[in-house]
Write a protein that binds this ligand. Structure first.
Ligand code: ZN
Length: 88
């Protein structure tokens, strides 16, 4: 493209077409690397505003908290078993 218009110089979508295997090249949505067809913005509301929200145990935050706690428990169990092995 030889145009020097600002709209043609804007960042382009980085998505690759499944059909043609070529990059999309449509203008990317501001703050995103992809265009509006390729997943910029959109998605359902988070947390209690989502229609599928039940109890909050599966929210990203809750899962992350559980993972962190389990990691801490695993590490402390490993340290404790190391200590008890050293004593005997
Ligand atoms: Zn695109």
């Amino acid at each position: 493209m030889n145009s020097r218009l600002a709209m043609h110089l804007s960042p382009r979508c980085t998505a690759i077409s499944k059909r043609t295997k070529k990059s999309c090249q449509a203008p990317a949505v501001t703050g995103w690397s992809v265009c509006r067809f390729h997943g910029a913005r959109g998605g359902g509301p988070k947390g209690t505003r989502n229609g599928n929200y039940k109890h909050g145990e599966a929210t990203r935050e809750a899962v992350e908290d559980r993972r962190a706690l389990n990691e801490l428990l695993r590490a402390s169990r490993a340290i404790l078993s190391d200590l008890s092995r050293d004593e005997s």
